[in-house]
Ligand binder design. Structure first.
Ligand SMILES: Nc1ncnc2c1ncn2[C@@H]1O[C@H](COP(=O)(O)OP(=O)(O)OC[C@H]2O[C@@H]([n+]3cccc(C(=O)O)c3)[C@H](O)[C@@H]2O)[C@@H](O)[C@H]1O
Ligand SMILES: Nc1ncnc2c1ncn2[C@@H]1O[C@H](COP(=O)(O)OP(=O)(O)OP(=O)(O)O)[C@@H](O)[C@H]1O
Ligand SMILES: NC(=O)CC[C@H](N)C(=O)O
Length: 737
């Protein structure tokens, strides 16, 4: 029996912070060795951090990565352990995203990434080239200072595998796991048993199963061992890399790391029986057939043994049940870990949140509360890094440290209710109760005097005083009066965030948290530069529906029981006067429900629908419920407001990326922001389609019959009728992960 102990890791790297990154890489190698592992893999571009973006264009970045690698190779880190280390490398003036294989203070091979990630949040082609040459490995001349230290001039560079005396291994870098023509197929046919995947992969709600299924499928179809390493944390941007390093063997996961954690380094190891891999492959007839006439893959022969032979007490690691968090937990833990990294790295002293007692800001408050709970749990478990960070941020003195999440929240979390004459006692008291449950330092500040000061100033200036709609004012007056309340809140929030530490004899500043959600952003149902303009926003790409589920979950699991009431209340901005016959409600104001908004959002972004194809899809989906002309009205209404308000996305507070239908304009959903909001061409086409449908009524009948059949469970493929129908509820995003 050939036994191989392998180790993979989650590292919390920080783009461009070479000290932190190098320390974590070294720590992970030391821990892998301590566990007896002879193979260690780290995340993609771990020495620089994955999110360096245009810093990759600077020669310094690559040069510093080489300096860090030289440092590692100068010590005993790589003695008796094969390490794959991720870094950028320039070869013949072209930059590649590489896994560098090191053993016993030498570099034995460099494998450049062959399929770059370029969808959604990823833009690797902007900084790197994909390696496409597959025929042979080429010689790479090492930088002179590295060459002198490790006494080696060149190293094989390119696509290939490492043939040790007793095992063969190869890289498959992040995106390559998800490509149709994955390298592992030819590699497996060439006898490679261990695939080492260095990843930089971010969290997105409900996505983890795609990653795990890909690894399971990869090793189920090809046999073999799959080692997956990932970043974990906020490395300086909107993404949260969600770790979950793992090891899979022949279709089973045998080790799984955490998805959300405050730890800087997590190492996972497993003992693998490699003979089980060859036995698994050799028993599949079709695998044998295909492997017998495979294209030749270049390899580097290494005269070294990595495996151990069986001894008593050496038991290969058993398969485990994979653990998935439910979406509510993902919303709780992902954003709270991201906030913790942001807080400790920004060197701020805490957060300030305008807390309205509504669903959105209450969700953000609960996420900060969850962050405090996680910090206390990790301190209890003995995590010295978390403890040191918490002591510094909370400004604990004389060896004191936090032991209670509410006490910690009191130090690093201000919440402010900023009521006006339009606010209700319900929201005011809900905000207060939630603040008590979380432990935040809460303020209840009436802002009417400031609002009326502005209105008086305006009146002095123009001789006119606007009135609310309910008092006979026009739409413009009504909006103006709402927006001034909202914007005053933003100014006060920033003022308090910068001055409250001074008031409380503390150093530093607080970061203002925003709480607009993805649906409001898409519809533009927010005041530009009001409390939606903050420093960072943990829920900016979470949908209202998911937030409501989260609130129900958090009421129980985070023990903030007031959230149940928050969730049950109808969403309202409370910017207009409440009368016996009128109270402002979000869904009425918007002219659409949050549920509808979520559907529009998914169709627009995930399924790439313009107005016409959205109309076609919804005609099908809502058939029997709405007539085509009603569907047309709804779609036009949505696109009109989406277009009018798109400019608001350009100044959206940077927010945690959680959703594949995020309309975030800066990095993810790149579109113009000045539209013809009447969409004349597209709306005319929709009108024409409605007319055609109405003309013979046949289409409606067909669709109705279809829908009845479906309801009776008579599943049959959707008859698109040239309508390009997609299932809006489908989990298949059809875009890069
Ligand atoms: N094409 C364009 N490019 C760049 N900027 C453009 C623009 N068109 C308008 N603008 C600018 O945008 C302004 C209009 O946007 P904005 O000032 O936001 O005002 P607006 O969108 O008209 O009104 C805000 C809406 O948000 C709602 N709301 C709901 C819930 C909560 C809150 C809240 O704040 O708490 C607000 C409120 O009820 C109202 O319907 C214009 O006055 C102009 O300054
Ligand atoms: N009375 C208030 N006190 C403090 N902050 C407020 C108040 N009203 C609104 N805000 C802030 O402005 C943001 C936008 O207000 P809006 O009425 O749109 O709320 P929302 O987006 O529905 O969120 P929520 O569900 O938290 O009320 C809120 O999330 C909150 O941060
Ligand atoms: N860094 C990458 O190659 C990313 C690949 C893929 N889009 C993911 O999220 O996992």
């Amino acid at each position: 029996m050939r036994l191989l102990r392998v180790a993979t890791c989650n590292l919390n790297q920080w783009a461009m912070d070479f000290d932190t990154n190098l320390r974590n890489v070294k720590e992970s190698i030391s821990r892998a060795k301590a566990a007896g592992a002879v193979v260690r893999i780290g995340p993609e571009l771990e020495l620089t951090g994955y999110g360096c973006e245009d810093h990759f264009l600077e020669q310094d970045t690559t040069a510093h990565a080489w300096e860090c690698l030289k440092d590692i190779l100068s010590g005993d880190y790589t003695d008796d352990i094969l390490c794959s280390i991720g870094m950028p490398i320039i070869f013949k003036s072209v930059r590649y995203n590489c896994q560098v294989f090191c053993l016993n203070r030498k570099i034995i091979m460099i494998r450049p990434k062959m399929s770059l990630a370029n969808d959604g949040n990823y833009r690797e082609f902007r900084w790197f080239s994909a390696w496409t040459y597959k025929d042979e490995l080429v010689d790479f001349q090492l930088p002179i200072d590295v060459s002198e230290v490790i006494d080696q001039e060149t190293v094989p560079f390119g696509y290939g595998y490492l043939q040790f005396l007793d095992v063969s291994l190869a890289a498959e870098t992040c995106e390559e796991l998800f490509t149709a023509n994955a390298p592992r197929i030819d590699l497996a046919f060439s006898g490679v048993e261990v695939f080492m995947n260095a990843s930089g992969s971010h969290h997105q709600l409900r996505k983890l199963n795609l990653r795990i299924d890909s690894m399971r499928d990869a090793t189920r179809l090809c046999g073999g061992v799959y080692m997956y390493a990932n970043h974990q944390g906020c490395d300086g941007g909107r993404l949260y890399y969600d770790g979950c390093c793992c090891i899979a063997v022949n279709g089973d996961v045998v080790a799984q790391g955490s998805q959300f954690s405050l730890k800087d380094v997590e190492v996972l190891d497993a003992l693998i029986d490699l003979d089980a891999v060859s036995s698994y492959r050799a028993c599949v007839s079709s695998f044998r057939e295909q492997a017998s006439h495979v294209t030749k893959v270049p390899c580097v022969k290494v005269q070294y043994k990595l495996c151990q032979t069986f001894r008593d007490g050496m038991i290969p690691t058993d398969p485990i049940e994979v653990m998935y968090h439910c979406p509510e937990e993902e919303i709780a833990f992902g954003p709270s870990c991201w906030l913790w990294d942001y807080l400790r790295r920004s060197r701020a002293s805490g957060f300030l949140l305008p807390l309205s007692g509504g669903a959105d800001s209450s969700s953000v408050a609960a996420i900060v509360g969850c962050m405090c709970q996680l910090v206390i749990k990790d301190i209890d478990k003995g995590d010295e890094q978390v403890k040191a960070d918490a002591m510094r941020i909370g400004q604990y003195r004389d060896g004191e440290f936090p032991t209670d999440s509410r006490e910690l929240a009191k130090r690093l979390f201000y919440t402010v209710y900023m009521g006006t004459e339009n606010s209700s006692e319900d929201t005011r008291s809900r905000a207060k109760r939630l603040a008590e449950e979380i432990g935040s330092f809460h303020f209840d500040v009436p802002i009417d005097s400031v609002v009326s000061a502005f209105l008086s100033l305006f009146e002095r200036l123009t001789g006119k005083r606007p009135r609310y709609k309910v008092d006979g004012g026009s739409h413009t007056e009504n909006l103006g009066l709402q927006n001034i309340q909202a914007r005053i809140r933003m100014v006060l929030a920033f003022m308090m965030a910068s001055l409250m530490p001074w008031v409380h004899n503390k150093s530093g500043f607080y970061l203002v948290l925003g709480s607009s959600n993805v649906d409001e952003g898409l519809r533009g149902y927010l005041t530009k530069y009001d409390c939606s303009s903050a420093d960072i926003n943990p829920i900016g790409s979470v949908s209202k529906q998911d937030l409501r589920a989260f609130l129900r979950w958090a009421a129980v699991h985070l023990q903030y029981s007031s959230l149940a009431e928050v969730e049950a209340a109808p969403p309202t901005a409370e910017l207009e006067p409440i009368r016996t016959d009128y109270s402002q409600l979000d869904e009425v104001d918007m002219g659409m429900t949050y549920e509808e908004l979520s559907i529009y959002g998914r169709l627009r972004k995930i399924f790439r629908c313009g107005p016409v194809s959205m109309f076609q899809n919804l005609c099908h989906r809502w058939c029997g419920r709405l007539s085509p002309s009603e569907v047309a009205d709804k779609v036009k209404h949505f696109f009109k407001y989406y277009a009018i308000n798109r400019h608001k996305m350009t100044v959206l507070t940077p927010s945690y990326h959680a959703e594949s239908y995020s309309p975030e304009d800066n990095r993810f959903d790149l579109r113009q922001f000045l539209y013809n909001s009447t969409w004349p061409y597209q709306f005319r086409k929709i009108d024409q389609l409605v007319q055609d449908i109405d003309k013979d009524g046949k289409w409606v009948e067909d669709r109705r019959a279809d829908s009845q059949l479906r309801q009776r469970g008579a599943a049959r493929p959707a008859q698109g009728g040239g309508m390009g129908v997609v299932a809006a509820g489908s989990a298949n995003p059809g875009v890069g992960l």
